[in-house]
Structure formats: C-alpha cells, structure tokens
Design a protein around this ligand. Sequence first.
Ligand SMILES: CC/C=C\C/C=C\CCCC/C=C/C(=O)SCCNC(=O)CCNC(=O)[C@H](O)C(C)(C)COP(=O)(O)OP(=O)(O)OC[C@H]1O[C@@H](n2cnc3c(N)ncnc32)[C@H](O)[C@@H]1OP(=O)(O)O
Length: 243
Amino acid sequence: MKLKNPPVNSLSLEMLTELVINLEKLENDKAVRGLVLTSEYPGIFSAGLDLMEMCGRNPAHYAEYWKALQEFWLKLYQSSLVVVAAINGASPAGGCLMSLICDYRILADNPKYTIGLNETLLGIVAPFWFKDTMVNTIGHRASERALQLGLLFPPAEALQVGLVDQVVPEDKLQSTALSVMAQWLAIPDHARQLTKTMMRKPTVDHLVKQRDADIQNFVSFVSRDSIQKSLQMYLQKLRQKKS
Ligand SMILES: CC/C=C\C/C=C\CCCC/C=C/C(=O)SCCNC(=O)CCNC(=O)[C@H](O)C(C)(C)COP(=O)(O)OP(=O)(O)OC[C@H]1O[C@@H](n2cnc3c(N)ncnc32)[C@H](O)[C@@H]1OP(=O)(O)O
C-alpha cells in the first residue's frame, strides 16, 4: 500500500478514512495475507497528523478527527495481516506512530530520514496510546528520554534504540521488505495472529476503555488559545523554511 497524500502524506481526516477502508478491504480478501506500507514519495514517509485538521477548526471537527485517528490506530495495530513498514522518508510524530503499529520496520539509510515522536518540539504532548506504542517497542527508559526531548532519530540511532528493526540502502528497501514478508508468511497465520493479539491486547484495551475521555481531552487541549498559537507558529515556521 503506497501512501499518497501530497505534498507530505499528512494524515488528514480523508486520508485516515481511506486508510481504514482500504485496510478493511484487504483484510476481507482471503488472497491477501500481508501488506507492505510505504510512501509514493521517496523522501517523505509521512509528516504525521495533518496540522490543518488541528488549527482553527471547531470542537466537533476536532472530535471527528481524533475519533478517525483512534479508529485507524485500532485497525492497523490489530490487523490480522502481516504489516511491514518500508520507510522511505522522514517519519515524524504521527508518521512514526504509523510505523510503530506495523509488525516490522525497515528504514532506508539516508540521514534525512529521521523518525520519532517529536510532539514536545511543537509544544504538544504525545497522548498515552502513542506513548504506550513506543514503550512496547523500545522500552520505558528510552521512550521517556525520546518523548521528553522530542527526539527525531537518524537511521543508525533509530536502529540502535530499536525504533526500527533494520536499516538498508535505499535501493534495497523494497526487496528487503519482500524477503522479510516471506519470512513472516512462513509462520501459520492462526498462531501468528493469536500471538499478535495476545501481545497487543492490553494496549488496545487501555485505549478502548478511555476512548471517549481521550477525545474530550484532545478537544479541550487543542482548543486552548495557547495550543492554537503554538501550532500556528509551527506552521508558519514550516512555511518560512522555504523563503
Ligand atoms: C494531555 C494531552 C491530551 C491530549 C493530546 C492532545 C493533543 C496533542 C496530540 C497531537 C499529536 C500530534 C501528532 C502529530 O503528528 S503533529 C504533526 C507533526 N509533524 C511534524 O512536525 C512534521 C512537520 N513537517 C516537516 O517536518 C516537514 O514538512 C517534512 C515532513 C520533513 C517534509 O519537509 P519538506 O519536504 O521540506 O516539506 P515542507 O516542510 O516544505 O512542507 C511542504 C508543505 O507541507 C506542509 N506540511 C508539512 N507538514 C505538515 C503537517 N504535518 N500537516 C500539514 N501540513 C504540513 C508545509 O507547511 C508545507 O506547506 P506549504 O503550504 O508551505 O507548501
């Protein structure tokens, strides 16, 4: 599946909705057992959540957006398919989250392709289920440091901390993803799927129990004037980068 939402594959409401629909279609297709997730645009895997969905909108929109993000996370994190992320570009914040909920992550070796949950750099806080997903991958201490500092890891460091499973030359990314997929598909589906469910259930249950409260938290947090100002300033900085 190639992510295709120009210019930076930000996770807009429309993109999240389409991703969920496409995942459902693939899961209902008995001929499909695995999925390689990559970007149509080498250089950018995903810029994460769409900042335009979080700026200058009304509370009902924020709630709808957050619910769609939760839905996407729940769908992909619990997917019965083998999901391999072939990360062919920068993967900050929500882009990193999307990689973390796959089963295996391969990052192309390019110093510009950084990955991490950098929310604190924007003056915002990674929600508990982003944090849980990271802790499940790299452990508590490494997550605490990465989250507080909003670290974006270049490939060698991402590998060292365990944020990705493999770093390969850019021209070997797709072939590596296919051979990893073959290895995972050699395991009987039912045993692998039940193991995945068992490993991920506590984290899923945590969000499911708190879903409505989490939406309310997001809406009230993102509606604050101070947060709106921070996000606007960040967007402006991104735009000014060009000039
Ligand atoms: C107690 C707590 C309770 C509740 C929690 C509440 C809220 C907080 C939770 C929120 C969690 C947030 C998660 C996120 O994912 S936020 C998004 C974070 N993303 C980033 O920081 C990435 C920003 N982008 C970049 O760094 C670069 O764009 C990137 C991806 C490296 C690509 O660089 P480049 O190729 O040079 O492209 P440009 O920077 O020039 O960008 C092109 C164009 O795209 C616009 N854009 C970039 N990123 C985003 C984005 N995430 N959303 C929307 N738009 C984006 C950028 O502004 C440019 O636009 P232009 O109009 O100038 O063309």
